[in-house]
Design a protein. Sequence first.
Length: 433
Amino acid sequence: MSRGGVSLPGDPPGGRRAVAMWSIGVSVYFVAVIFRTSLGVAGLDAADRFHVNASALSTFSILQLLVYAGMQIPVGLLVDSLGTKRVLAIGAVLFTAGQLGFAFSPSYGTALASRALLGCGDAMTFISVLRLGTRWFPARRGPLVAQLAGLVGMAGNLVSTLVLARLLHGIGWTAAFAGSALAGVVVLVLALSFLKDHPEGYEPAPLPHRGAAYVRKQIAASWREPGTRLGMWVHFTTQFPAMVFLLLWGLPFLVQAQGLSRATAGEMLTLVVLSNMVIGLVYGQVVARHHAARLPLALGTVCATATVWAATLVYPAAHAPMWLLLVLCAVLGACGPASMLGFDFARPANPPERQGTASGITNMGGFVASMTTLFAVGVLLDATGDDYSVAFSCVFVLQALGVSQILRLRGRAARRERERLVASRVETVHVPA
């Protein structure tokens, strides 16, 4: 591990081979995000294809995220025990099958099952990529590598917004979704053929017996760390506004509530993605140099998001002005990078053998919040006759809950992290003869 830019014994070397291995792993995540967000540009088409209302439409994304969130801790345990290559390969098989099934689904029920399968495979990718980064790069690179992984994910979102949306309206539903499934086959072959879990000479220590008692111990030990819980609540509070917007409700909101054309609304979603990619690079560099900036960046993002959302929803005219919608989309772009900061709280709070489990707990936070909001927005839209101002007000409730938990845990997490930092420095200086 390393602290303050100083490498300590056992730190991976990084270098070109590390970049190559990480690139293979992150390519699997890239395709998973394309498949995950494909419904965001096909929401209105899906409603027409399967003849469903807003609540039923939101069930697609809710079920997908429910499976994703429910899989996070099991996947973390799998990554800790099986390694990244095997878990990524299993994930690629599942999300490719889900995307292919969605292409040919003849009914609402089979389409739901396909999205659930996709969510299961998707759940196996991001935690695996985080573990791959910790195995191949020095710990001081952790914040930047994590933000770059998030940036690649947003690039996948960009492909959905720009490419898949055009394919959908050009060649039709079945051809677009079935054709995109080929990308899953490509990354599966890459992972099976070339990916390595760790550099030679940096094999992880063998794990103890992996029975039920061991699993419970891993989960309990990770949860006891205040940094893990703080990371989960940071992820919970920051990620979901943009996730809900991009995954399903952004396009209907911009078209139906704000009167934009589909083409213009698609460009606005693209702005969210581009903003995310730029801000992700900035956040990664800032946190790598100034570790204390994590919490101010996270809370600042929450405040900015809440402020701009409130201004948009309560704007007195029938439609918010274009400049305000542009600001909204630009600010929503900060949500993804801010959510990545949650892993920067969980990572130093846990030893290497618990990194997958701790990442799973952290990653579960944002997706639980997204799932809850997707459901609430759909129900409120049906109950209020498509009043988006009322429906999106549930965003503020979850933000308030998350901020209260962040403020409650921040002191304990900071003290525990300082204790670990002092212990690691002492261990480095006092090396046994």
